[in-house]
Write a protein that binds this ligand. Structure first.
Ligand SMILES: [Zn+2]
Ligand SMILES: [Zn+2]
Length: 326
């Protein structure tokens, strides 16, 4: 029978339609992407074409770089955005101030994070942290989001993106307020509580490292909706220690390898949810990485209600991934 489940941290409800005969293995990509060449002479992110983009930072030196950060060619927001004329209280507008950076994960045109050497994934996470910290130190930035779409939507060379903006969207403010409310009522962080319970139950845990755990959410919004969370309380992603960052690289890569081996290189997105800069220090918020495999399309019911319908029981999805070789 179907049931309703709620995520304690976000308060989002989902319908788990458990009587549907759909199994996780039915989610396999029908047509796995064709293997790309290691280099594409026409790709702006491939070695040899560095002049095509504005470099912000580089790891490993200009010759023989390992990770490169460049400005987006089509930025969502820009630093030093021109002033806009106010239009009164009803029609509020602000300059499109912010940052939009592209993190080119490696010189390889074809290797995804799942296929890179472990050291190379650690390099990528180190650059994520460096760019996150730079954005956090920028007085004009209120919220930083670091995300990845696999495969990329316009350029196939594996890359992640950082977008920093001067406002905090309602959706994120709501989460912060819920976390604060839970903290005041229970004198503990809601995500710490969830992690404790997931580690005790083990029913949805996919990978457990020394300092990170990856689990399918109890109220997963779609069949493979996972959180990768630091086991110890921490509000800001960029404050991660070097050894914890190495552990995160291992846990993330294991999850991505399991998805690739179990589901045939599916499309996925992940995003790092860290504390907005305007919140100051708080014990209420706990950062995490949220990962969603793109299966099925959002339909009318989801659009209208904001409530998702998940056709795979989260415990079944977790068990499936645990059994897949990484
Ligand atoms: Zn390339
Ligand atoms: Zn916590």
């Amino acid at each position: 029978m179907p049931e309703l489940r709620q995520n304690l941290a976000t308060k989002e409800w989902v319908i788990i339609a458990s009587d549907r005969p759909l199994r996780p293995q039915d989610m396999r990509s029908k047509a796995p992407a064709k293997a790309a060449a290691e280099r594409d002479p026409k790709c702006p992110f491939c070695p040899g074409n560095e002049k095509e983009s504005d470099q912000i930072s580089v790891l490993g030196g200009d010759k023989g770089w390992r990770v490169r950060v460049v400005g987006s060619k089509v930025p969502a927001l820009v630093a030093g955005a021109p002033k806009v004329e106010p239009m009164g209280n009803v029609f509020r507008r602000l300059p499109g101030e912010g940052l939009h950076e592209i993190i080119v994960e490696s010189p390889s045109h074809s290797k995804s994070l799942a296929e890179l050497e472990r050291d190379a994934v650690e390099d990528v996470l180190g650059v994520y942290q460096e760019r996150f910290k730079a954005a956090a130190d920028n007085m004009k930035v209120a919220l930083t989001l670091l995300f990845k779409n696999h495969p990329g939507t316009s350029i196939s060379h594996p890359h992640s993106q950082l977008v920093a903006c001067s406002v905090v969207p309602a959706h994120i403010r709501h989460r912060m307020d819920e976390a604060q409310k839970y903290y005041e009522q229970n004198k503990e962080c809601v995500v710490c509580r969830m992690v404790e319970e997931e580690l005790a139950q083990k029913a949805r845990v996919v990978v457990e490292g020394k300092s990170f755990v990856a689990f399918v959410l109890f109220a997963a919004l779609s069949p493979f909706h996972l959180w990768i969370v630091p086991k110890k309380h921490s509000a800001a992603f960029h404050e991660l220690s070097a050894s914890d960052a190495d552990d995160l690289a291992g846990v993330l890569q294991t999850v991505l390898r399991k998805l690739k081996n179990g589901l045939g290189d599916p499309e996925y997105s992940f995003v790092i949810q860290s504390i907005p800069q305007d919140r100051g220090a708080t014990e209420a918020f706990h950062w995490y990485m949220s990962l969603v495999v793109r299966v099925g399309a959002t339909a009318g019911f989801e659009l209208g209600s904001g409530m998702h319908l998940n056709s795979v029981v989260p415990e079944h999805a977790a068990k499936f991934l645990v059994d897949v070789k990484a």
